[in-house]
Design a protein around this ligand. Structure first.
Ligand SMILES: Nc1ncnc2c1ncn2[C@@H]1O[C@H](COP(=O)(O)OP(=O)(O)OP(=O)(O)O)[C@@H](O)[C@H]1O
Length: 583
């Protein structure tokens, strides 16, 4: 009920459309129910005249028929206009909900995404909102409202014409309620399973698209296909169960009930013959039969719609779960970068507070200095960077930039002056220029060109027919990894950060490209506090300070030379790498 109320509350964003849409629905239902009453008058008039052997006045026939047509037309126009208004409002409300969900998702802490597949999150924003649009907002406003109004109007009309028949037919309502209850009970688990399999299909497809090269490299096509087919079969099974349920509780059965009711009502009317005179006029019988036959369709539509509404409610629940995820608390106070000096002051941190992955991390990095972070996999290098970006806050101790503790400042203002070049740079769809400027209007084409040239990308631009306006598609798959990295370096240079993070930027590339990148790196580092997360120790030989991490603890620190002289972990790693490169 909470989800239902919350979904309904979105109507307030389109008050006029809903108000006029509902009023027009009411008018449409009212007029469509009134039309047979004119038919009744016409039939009664004709039968009376014929019975009395009097002439049937042509102008009265024309008048009644004209009125009948007018009312029918009015009903159709009102129905059409109400559909347009309500559908318009429903689509706008759905758009708003999707925008809200997307915006909210962007404000969620990084930790929210740690244990959730991307496909499942996007399914909430795209598929579940679509489900709400079709099954809730469109159904609710365009089907539930109009059908409920029609049923109420028919009952009111029947009660006015024949209270006995009207009251008897009200007795049908509990029967429909039970029917609905059975339908929902049976349909709910099927629908839930169906939605889950759709969501699984989504994440399996996303997974294979993202990892297509690995899948092919390790010949995993067959097993991935089997897994996919299994889920797809599950999807088909749920659909078939749903069809069987719909068929068994559906239209044919309703026709049977309708005929039964009709039979009962006509028999009752037959009993109203007294002394050879019928208790009901021919027109009244026509109108009763007309109403009864029209009563069933809206009721059955309601029975079926309730189950789709229920599906929509579970979609709504998932969307609201996302919307209710607490956003990261942030302040408006912006961090002021002066130099870009970084201090880690006795930092303890764990993604799960019970298990620390960084223990008593303590170091200072000043403007223009280069800090090398080395250590085996899982030793905590990336976690230090995560804290520096304030993706997470430490449990103890503090991370400071220019003597300001990050936890007290606005995240965006911290990240504004930081640049990162990742091992696998991420390029967006657009052009090379838009990937360098990141659509920042302050970064002009000239600045883009200059940044690319500075990092050594002149040749790259010259060989492309459209230069910096060359389109980038599919994350830059048509560019080499070295070229992608040059673009990432130019992006960083153009944004002029105070603090720079280079995440193993020189791995996986040949010697020539490494030289090119090494040059780019030197250009970008100039005058900035730089952190290099390195596995290849050749990258950090000139670093001002190297921190050697092991199990989240800084085990050694110093320059390349002093650490070699120390002759411990770093020296061992260095010698090992030297041996590997020599062999
Ligand atoms: N998002 C996360 N949630 C929970 N634990 C995490 C998360 N990210 C990293 N860890 C854990 O924290 C520890 C340190 O990981 P971290 O990524 O900082 O290591 P690393 O030195 O950068 O490793 P690599 O060189 O392989 O990138 C590891 O035990 C890792 O499993």
């Amino acid at each position: 009920m909470k989800t239902f109320n919350r979904l309904i509350s979105y109507f307030k964003y389109e008050p006029m459309h809903y108000l006029f849409g509902i009023l027009l629905s009411l008018l449409s239902a009212g007029t469509s129910i009134y039309a047979p009453m004119i038919g009744k008058e016409l039939i009664d008039y004709v039968s009376k005249q014929v019975g009395a052997q009097e002439t049937v006045a042509f102008d009265i026939l024309v008048q009644k028929f004209g009125l009948f047509m007018l009312i029918t037309l009015l009903s159709a126009i009102c129905g059409y206009a109400s559909y347009i208004l309500l559908a318009y409002a429903s689509n706008r409300v759905s758009k708003r909900l999707r925008d809200e969900a997307y915006e909210h998702m962007q404000k969620l802490p990084i930790s929210y995404f740690d244990d959730k597949p991307a496909g499942k999150i996007s399914a909430r924003i795209v598929n579940d909102v679509e489900l709400l649009r079709t099954n809730f907002y469109m159904n609710f406003s365009n089907m539930v409202i109009i059908n409920v109004l029609t049923v109420v109007a028919i009952y009111v009309a029947l009660l006015l014409i024949s209270p006995t028949i009207g009251l008897a037919l009200i007795g049908l309502l509990p029967f429909f309620a039970i029917w609905q209850w059975i339908y929902i009970k049976k349909a709910a688990p099927i629908n839930k399973e169906w939605r889950e399999t759709v969501s699984d299909l989504n994440s399996q497809t996303a997974e294979i698209v993202q990892g297509v090269s690995i899948v092919q490299l390790y010949h995993q096509q067959e097993s991935m296909l089997n897994e996919f087919e299994e889920t797809n079969q599950k999807w088909l099974n749920t659909r078939l169960r749903s069809i069987r349920l719909d068929a068994s509780l559906s239209w044919d059965f309703s026709t049977f009930i309708k005929n039964l009711v009709m039979f009962g009502v006509l028999t009752f009317i037959g009993t109203q013959f007294v002394d050879g005179v019928m208790g009901y006029s021919v027109g009244t019988i026509y109108v009763i039969i007309n109403y009864i036959s029209r009563l069933f369709d809206p009721i059955l539509t309601l029975v079926r719609i309730m189950s789709t509404l229920q599906q929509a409610l579970s979609g709504g629940k998932r969307v609201f779960e996302l919307l209710d995820e607490p956003v990261e608390k942030d302040t408006d106070v912006a961090l002021e970068f002066t130099e870009g000096n970084v201090v880690f002051d006795h930092v303890n941190f764990g993604y799960d507070p019970e298990h620390l992955v960084l223990k008593d991390i303590n170091f200072t990095a000043n403007k223009g200095e280069t800090i090398g972070l080395v250590g085996h996999t899982g030793s905590g290098k990336s976690s230090i960077i995560n804290l520096l970006f304030r993706f997470y806050d430490p449990q103890e101790g503090s991370v400071q930039i220019d003597n300001q503790t990050l936890a007290d400042f606005n995240r965006e203002s911290i990240r504004d002056k930081m640049g990162i070049v990742l091992q696998e740079p991420y390029l967006f769809s657009g052009t090379i220029a838009s990937n360098v400027s990141m659509n920042d209007p302050r970064i002009t084409d000239e600045m883009v060109q200059e940044a690319l040239e500075k990092v050594g990308g002149k040749e790259l631009i010259e060989k492309l027919p459209l230069g910096i306006h060359e389109p980038v598609v599919e994350k830059g798959q048509s560019l080499s990894s070295g070229e992608r990295q040059l673009i990432a370096f130019a992006r960083t240079l153009a944004s002029d950060p105070s603090i720079l993070i280079l995440d193993e930027a020189t791995s996986h590339i040949d010697t020539e490209t490494e030289e090119m990148i090494q040059h780019a790196m030197e250009v970008v580092k100039e005058g900035r506090t730089t952190f290099i997360v390195a596995h290849r120790l050749s990258t950090i030989q000139n670093a001002d300070q190297i921190l050697v991490l092991d199990g989240g603890v800084i085990k050694e620190r110093g320059t390349h030379q002093t650490l070699l002289e120390l002759g411990k972990r770093y020296a061992e790693m260095y010698q090992l790498q030297a041996k590997v490169s020599a062999s």
